[in-house]
Design a protein around this ligand. Sequence first.
Ligand code: SAM
Ligand code: SF4
Length: 344
Amino acid sequence: MSLLPRLPTLAPGTAPESAIRDQFGRVKRKLRISLTDRCNFRCPYCMPEQPEFMERADRLSRAELARVLRLFVVGLGVNRLRLTGGEPLLRRDLESIIADTQALKAEGLERVSLTTNAALLARRAPALKAAGIDDLNISLDALTPATFAKLSGGRDVKPVLAGIAAAHAAGIPLKLNAVIIRGINEDEILPLAHYAVRENLPLRFIEFMPLDGRGEWSRDRVVPQADILAQLSREFAVKALPRGNDPAAYYQLDAGNTQQIGIIATVTNPFCASCDRLRITADGSLYPCLFSPRGTSLRDPMRAGADDAALAALIRGTVWNKDAGYIAHPGYVERPIAMNSLGG
Ligand code: SAM
Ligand code: SF4
């Protein structure tokens, strides 16, 4: 029996005939692809203590990425692409990978986005803009240097703030994301909100998900959406906005401008019923869900000579079998893969 009602994520007629669907009727239009599992940070909520990184030869090459991305856009109806990691700025060919995607904008691709910790962004922002990046998600979990260091494995917040300023100067739209963990950075919620208001930057708070490479997640370390709202309400009048087709619930702050704050409540209010995302690891494994127990390698058949039709059939079958998601087993903790490998 189906755990979910059939909930198409798009109004009839807006998804192309070729669009991929899962067994619950959810159409997939967004693809997140990890370019590397390596990172210059060691965020404890993400990275294992002793990470074993994949060999470079195991990663999808620029040419393999271009082939896979073309197939998803032209053959399978994906229209939003997010490049992530690990830390994608560690890939020297990042600008070339972005430039390769630009031809797909004539084939239905609407946006190419990047998720980054921004520590290496300041120097590269103009080149990313020139390559065609449409927007950035920048992780910023704290402004207080000691708390930032705790959450990044001893790194400095200053280069990240410089990266944000450089992206702004280069004309790249950006959003900030902050993972909030009980006992570590709850007291950063208000300072981050004030920073976002001051800089006029969109900010989203993210509940801590059970995908940390160290296996230290527990429910009592999650700061739920309700607690984040309660903190914001201490200093702002907060008005809920109508829920759109977005993992975040949005709120308007009466901050003298149109500042909106989002909360991604994967644990206390999962958005699985309307999930339109797919994920691919840097070594080319397709994970239809963050909580999929295993991936399906696209790289191996590709390297064994599979043609696009065979790859597309493999992708459609894998996506069709996508599980209901976290909604089906809230509180169930399985850590098949850490976030630095899966790509957040
Ligand atoms: N290195 C880049 C960065 O940090 O933005 C991109 C990769 S990172 C895995 C992508 C996103 O996943 C980040 O916003 C990070 O905060 C989030 N993330 C990692 N582990 C998480 C967890 N256990 N729960 C919630 N979000 C997590
Ligand atoms: Fe690196 Fe991003 Fe994971 Fe932090 S969250 S360790 S920056 S991949």
